[in-house]
Design a protein around this ligand. Structure first.
Ligand code: FE2
Ligand code: FE2
Length: 287
């Protein structure tokens, strides 16, 4: 425990993860090389490209998340939150490994340049680590963890786009989603425990939302260009509807995203425990 621990507000517990939720790293591997050669998401080149683009961002992002949370680990005194930090780092570590494998396999199979795809994001996050205060970087993690938490809820909900996904990819995305849901409050609790303000949380979220949209769009453009589909406007129209339309992948995501801007927001105000129970009851494909 550092001397700065005295300045940390002490509550009964600093962890707000519900008691029935265990942040358990599951060391799973996924045999996805055959699926990655094709349009694994509903046989749709646009939606497949969009989700592949998201995967590109995970390994470099997850390293950043781990670093920004670990930076404060020895300032946390609450045993429950300390345990949750360990679970968080373990889970993100396995996600990082599996998505690195995903990305390398994808790029080899389809002729994409991984360095080009992830280069800008890597440079942005390296710049942030070198130039921004650690608390701001933790706020960046809190903001992106909110995105992954909301996405997890969408992907684990009945009738989600995951019902139209090749089985090995479905297993990987839903494993990742379940663990994101389990640890959705960890970075948030650390941020709060070390004195992160509402002002910083909201200000960073606004910027992160813009930057993430730019990064995901950049990856999507690159992939569609490589696939020879960049100017296929019919594909774009159907694909955007497939993401944001009435039955789209992100339908239902706006309200939980916006909840972040409420004063006093907390990730578990959205009680998603039932989705975890349902996921755990499913037969698990991966090793
Ligand atoms: Fe993750
Ligand atoms: Fe996460």
């Amino acid at each position: 425990m550092g001397s700065s621990a005295a300045s940390i507000p002490q509550a009964a517990t600093q962890s707000s993860t519900p008691s029935g939720v265990h942040i358990k790293p599951r060391n799973r591997t996924h045999d996805i090389s055959a699926a990655l050669r094709g349009e694994w998401l509903d046989n749709d080149p646009f939606l497949t490209a969009f989700f592949n683009g998201m995967s590109i961002a995970f390994p470099v992002g997850e390293k950043f998340f781990i670093d920004s949370v670990r930076h404060y680990a020895d300032r946390i005194t609450d045993p429950e939150l300390k345990e949750n930090i360990k679970g968080f780092c373990g889970q993100e570590g396995f996600h990082r490994r599996e998505h690195q494998h995903y990305n390398e396999t994808l790029c080899a199979a389809r002729g994409y340049n991984l360095e080009k795809l992830e280069g800008t994001l890597t440079r942005r996050l390296n710049w942030a680590q070198e130039n921004l205060p650690p608390l701001t970087n933790l706020a960046v993690t809190v903001a992106i963890e909110h995105f992954t938490g909301v996405l997890a809820e969408l992907l684990l909900s009945p009738g989600s786009i995951m019902d139209r996904v090749e089985p090995s990819m479905r297993a990987l995305w839903r494993w990742h989603a379940a663990e994101e849901m389990e640890h959705k409050a960890v970075a948030f609790d650390v941020f709060r425990a070390v004195g992160g303000s509402e002002e910083l949380r909201l200000g960073v979220m606004r910027r992160v939302s813009v930057l993430m949209s730019i990064e995901l769009t950049r990856a999507l453009f690159y992939i569609l260009k490589q696939d020879g589909e960049l100017f296929n406007f019919r594909l774009w129209r159907a694909g955007l509807a497939g993401l944001f339309g009435k039955h789209g992948a992100f339908n239902g995501g706006w309200a939980p995203y916006k909840a972040f801007y409420n004063h006093g927001f907390h990730p578990w105000q959205q009680d998603t425990r039932e989705l975890l129970v349902q996921w755990a009851a499913e037969p698990q494909l991966s090793a």
